[in-house]
Design a protein around this ligand. Sequence first.
Ligand SMILES: [Fe+2]
Length: 382
Amino acid sequence: MNIVKYVTPEIIFGCGALAQVGESMLRLGARKAFVVSDEGVINSGWVEKALSCLKLAGLDYEVYCNVTSNPKDIELGEGVKKYQEAECDGILAVGGGSPTDVAKAIALLVTNGGKIQDYEGINKVTRPLPPMVVATSTAGAGSEVTQFAIIVDRRRNLKMTIISKSLIPDIAIVDPELLTTKSAKLTAATGIDALSHAVESYVSLAANPITEVHAINAIKLITKNLRESVACRTNLRAKRNMAMASLQAAMSFSNAILGATHAMVHQVDGLLDKHHGESNACVLPNVMEFNTMSCPAKFRRIAEAMGEDVTGMNNWAAAEVAVKAVRRIISDTGLGDGLAKVGLKESCLSILSKNALKDACLITNPRDANENDILEIFRRSL
Ligand SMILES: [Fe+2]
């Protein structure tokens, strides 16, 4: 009998949920919160709001906002030192994937010691982390619920994937109002990232009946709402549905892991420092095309979830419809013009393909891929 495991944090979802950060930290036993965020989120006013909620709950705090997109290993030392000097006993991230992954890495290093490279791969964390609450400000990365932290190794120019149940925050706060301050471009890139999480985890070798339900629902919600969310910053219905889609995609991929798209895009992100979702958009349809022969019935289900009529078609034809539908939503949201436009040079593809083979996400890709396969998909995505 197969054993199915599924983990997720406590989730507080809905407009106005950000106000619950203080009570959440308090409930976890924290007295002084280390608040991790970035400049963009601070400028949009959400950090100030979170701090006033901490104050109201009687909590002390220290703010750390020196976080870049695609956070790097060399930046973590400063955060670790600040956490220790301020004698904090809990972590609150307010932001998207970058501040959340930095918060996770700091929480990991202050309790387990060593350097972040020591934890690359699966299940290398041995000691418990401090209480952790994440209030997410984007609908895409999903780090608020996942057991992943992604940090760039500056020396090797690649993204390290760190996977451990210890990295799952205790409480995830998802407030769709926070999405109303994001640009159309960021909304599109994060939305396509969420779509790639849903698609990759749905066809993953580690998918199970619990993850599949969340993945398919996320695909439906993204198909129906991403275009409207990109088109209008204040469309709260679309924002709410995208927040739910991102959450469900993340609950799925945290447990079922991902596939070749992420194994490849992590290498591009490490080299170019561009938004992860933009690179994802160039690679995802080509990986889907490569993967269809491994599980065409699942790709048929993706086409159906995207509202495509595949009646009377065999699974092969229906799978092609799924790939086309994904290409269409990517192009409608202004993405997917090729990795060359993102800044990638053909001369880099060989080393990126080699490194992608070592990424933990490739283990669950439904079709075996060797270096030549990866290189060929990179070429098609250029
Ligand atoms: Fe992603």
